[in-house]
Each structure stands twice: as C-alpha cells, then as structure tokens.
Design a protein around this ligand. Structure first.
Ligand code: ADP
Ligand code: MG
Length: 249
C-alpha cells in the first residue's frame, strides 16, 4: 500500500525521523512503536503531508506522493486521526462527522464552519456521508447526542468517523487508545479489526508495546527517529535492540 524510502526530516539539528525505509502492506495492521519522542507522530505527519521531508520518498500504491499537500494526500485515500482528539464537543456527534465529510468535499472546512451557501448545498450529501461513517464506528444510535457527552472511547470513535468520511484506503491512527481503560481499549481494537476486515489498511502509532502485540500484523520500531527493528510481534518482542530501547527509555 505504502512504501517509504530513506525518509527523514530535520528540525534544526534534530533528526526527528532519519533514513526510514519501510512498507505498510495492504489489508494489514502495521503498528509504529517506540519510546516517547521516537518520531512516531512525525512519521505520520510526513506521510499525511503535514510536514515536508528533508530527504527520501513516499510512494502510495506505486505513485510518488512525497511533495503533495495534506488535502491532496487525503484525496489519494490517506486519512488520519490525531493524538489529541479534535472534536467539537458542543456539536452533535453527527455534526462532527459531517464536518469530516465537508472537509474533503469542495466545501472545505471554512465553508463548513461558516455555513455558506455552497456548504448548504452539500448538506444532504454530508449528512448521508456522516451517518455512513457513524454506522461504521457503531455510533449511529448516538448521532444526535452532543459529542462532549460521550465517553473517551466514544469521542475517539467520533474522531475515527471524521477520518472515515474521506473514504480512505489507508487510515493512520495516532495513539487511538490514549486515555482509555482496558475495556474501552479492547472495544477499540475490535473496531479496528472490523475496519480492516472491511478492506481498510491501518497504521497505528502506540507507545504501549503490550497493547499492539495482540493487534498488529507487523510492527515498526522507531528510536531516536531511526527504524531499529521491524517484523511480526513475536520477532519484535524478542529483539535485543528493542528491549534495550525500552529499558534505556
Ligand atoms: P513521538 O510521537 O514518537 O513521541 P514525535 O514525533 O512527536 O515523537 O517527536 C519526535 C521528535 O521530533 C521530538 O524530538 C520532537 O521534539 C521533534 N519535533 C516534532 N515535531 C517538531 C516540530 N514541528 N518542530 C521541532 N521539533 C519537532
Ligand atoms: Mg506522538
């Protein structure tokens, strides 16, 4: 699905991501793990066009997307959620999902928030798109609650629904289980498995190793911006460099 070759970005003298060559296979769950500050979120910011790399290439299904802007990357079928959920708490669950839909249509976020004429034309389409996304994450029954009234897990699901509104083939989840209790985490993992069973490719960032072991098909391990190991959960779990990175902090 996605290949990165020699990917890197520097902030001043700090190599946040350095010479990473790796693949995200289609139809699989790839986890990107590593200690805090390892470069995981930056890796997602590079793939999704939020940051421009200082070196390397990003290839999506054979097409070079290295220099594309965020909305162009979304248009190619890559969507993401953020480490900190960016939902509008005072709006309804459906209205949040509809904003996700509008952002990727011609209307754009500004039109969506200002409710311009062009935006109103798209209302019916956005509503349908929003409801479809809410069904996929199991929130259709809560569509008219205010988003702020949902649990932490529910709010994360809203964030995923917003991302699904752009009809992605590759979904990037940045610490989707952050702040969740064990039961909520199990439910979220089941949702991710369902999305993948439905044809989506998923990459998720997570710093808790135990959490991804039961979910990921493949794991990439970043440390100080570099890829220090990759493989199946079994392979990564027993890799001396990984153990060292985690024990060393
Ligand atoms: P992780 O998600 O693995 O915890 P990050 O990708 O957020 O780590 O950060 C990796 C490194 O890149 C850190 O040293 C961080 O300070 C740096 N970094 C990330 N984004 C920026 C930025 N916009 N400007 C400067 N430094 C940044
Ligand atoms: Mg991060």
């Amino acid at each position: 699905m996605l290949d990165v070759q020699g990917l890197g970005i520097r902030f001043g003298g700090n190599h946040a991501v350095r010479d990473v060559t790796a693949s995200l296979p289609a139809g699989q769950i790839t986890a990107i793990i590593g200690p805090n500050g390892a470069g995981k979120s930056t890796f997602f910011n590079l793939i999704s066009g939020f940051y421009q790399p200082t070196s390397g290439r990003i290839v999506l299904e054979g097409q070079d997307i290295t220099r594309l802007k965020t909305h162009e990357v979304v248009g190619r079928g890559v969507a993401r959620t953020f480490q900190t959920t960016t939902i509008y708490r005072e709006l309804s669950v459906l209205e949040n999902a509809m904003i996700g839909h509008r952002v990727r249509t011609k209307a754009g976020l500004l039109d969506a928030l200002l409710r311009t004429g062009r935006e109103r034309q798209d209302e019916a389409g956005s509503r349908a798109g929003g409801l479809r996304a809410l069904e996929r994450v199991g929130l259709a029954g809560q569509a008219h609650l205010s988003a702020g009234a949902l649990s932490q897990e529910g709010q994360k699901r809203v964030g995923i629904a917003m991302a699904l509104c752009s009809d992605p083939r590759l979904l990037l989840l940045d610490e989707p289980a952050a702040g969740m209790n064990p039961e909520e985490t199990v439910n979220l993992m089941a949702l991710i498995r369902e999305l993948v069973a439905g044809g989506l490719t998923v990459a998720l960032v997570e710093h808790k190793m135990s959490l991804v072991m039961g979910l990921a098909d493949r794991i990439l391990v970043l440390h100080h911006g570099q890829l220090i190991a990759q493989g199946t959960p079994e392979e990564v779990r027993t890799d001396p460099a990984v153990i060292e990175a985690y024990l060393g902090g």
